[in-house]
Design a protein around this ligand. Structure first.
Ligand code: COA
Length: 319
């Protein structure tokens, strides 16, 4: 049985924060942020808006028939409203769906991880139709005095509907992994003071940008290559590549390492910054709205994030 994406929707909060706005908060500039990252602006949730609020708004934007028969909800997030209940349970209740619901934590690779789990669930016959949501309020764990991280992230949510699709559409392969030895390079939201290694933890986002950059530029091309090979395809077969939207230079490096034209990659981060788990649905939506993603296209997705984690998949777009 093949499983594919049959609907997609995204939501951004109303409040927009440009690079110039940020320059009033910390010692930075539009020139520095844009040249180092490609980001121009980000959106920030209001005081009473949480990750569940954004997730519910994204689901609300799906065509109404998309919710019929949903029996599984997975929310990939690093910024849940609470440790429990899960954000997924709040979505389930809002839409009164007869569904099992849980959150998944794999940082910015979380949405790709959740896609992998949902596909397995549906292929095994355990579930029929899934909402796979990436939703984040990164602004709530940002240290707004720290210019090295405050400029990078944004809030937002995206949702994909997964169900059986006819051949030749749907997901073809997965490649994923974790390297916990890199946990110290990117972390947030700690209640513990230290990692098991003794390295300090923080309630706010802390990042060793150079190490994460090195990691991302290595794993993104490797994971795309592995997933493409597992699908029995070559890189030349791919019509579109959608990576986690963290930094335009990481995407440029991936294109270069894979020997592919940058035109094959979606870059939407200038509009919404790094939305963590929501960034790949955001980029897919951007491609759909700009006519760059059509039924039958072969697409590679690739995410990376704290953990350190990575995940890639290849699918043929089904609508
Ligand atoms: C974060 C990142 C943009 C920083 O770029 P960089 O070229 O490595 O910059 P550096 O950290 O070496 O800093 C260079 C200088 O800019 C300064 N700087 C850092 N942030 C700044 C900001 N927002 N505005 C202005 N200057 C800044 C630094 O203090 C440093 O100054 P110094 O040379 O006087 O010490 C880059 O490392 C990166 O994108 N890493 C990957 C991050 C990522 O993908 N995260 C997502 C994980 S899911």
């Amino acid at each position: 049985m093949t499983v594919g994406i049959t609907a997609l929707a995204t939501h951004l909060p109303e409040k927009r924060l440009t690079n110039d706005d940020l320059a009033h908060l910390v010692d930075t500039s539009d020139e520095w942020i844009f040249s180092r990252t490609g980001i121009r602006q980000r959106f920030v949730a209001g005081e009473q808006e949480y990750t569940s609020t954004l997730a519910i708004q994204a689901v609300q934007k799906l065509p109404p028939e998309a919710l019929q028969g949903v029996d599984l909800i997975i929310v990939a997030t690093s910024t849940p409203d609470a440790f429990f209940p899960s954000v997924a349970a709040l979505v389930q209740d809002h839409f009164k769906l007869q569904a099992a619901a849980f959150d998944l934590s794999a940082a910015c690779a979380g949405w790709a991880y959740a896609i992998n789990i949902a596909v397995s669930q549906i292929q095994s016959g355990m579930s029929k139709k899934a909402l796979v949501i990436g939703s984040e309020t990164m602004s709530k764990i940002t240290n707004w005095q720290d210019r090295t991280t405050a400029v990078l992230f944004g809030d937002g949510a995206g949702v994909a509907v997964l169900e059986e699709v006819p051949e030749p559409y749907g997901f073809k392969s997965f490649a994923w992994g974790t390297d916990g030895s890199g946990a110290k390079h990117l972390h947030a939201g700690a209640i513990a003071k230290n990692l098991p290694s003794g390295d300090p933890l923080s309630p706010h986002i802390v990042q060793n940008g150079r190490e994460v950059f090195k990691f991302a530029t290595r794993v993104i091309p490797e994971a795309i290559q592995t997933a493409t090979q597992k699908a029995g395809l070559t890189l030349a077969n791919l019509d579109l590549i959608v990576t986690h939207q963290a930094n335009a230079r990481i995407i440029e490096s991936a294109a270069q390492r894979l020997g592919l034209d940058l035109e094959k990659f979606v870059v939407s981060l200038h509009e919404h910054a790094n939305n963590s788990t929501a960034s790949m649905p955001m980029a897919l939506d951007h491609a759909l709205k700009n006519g760059r993603l059509k039924k039958g296209d072969l697409v590679a997705l690739a995410g990376f994030g704290g953990g350190l984690t990575w995940a890639s998949t290849v699918l043929r777009w089904a609508y």
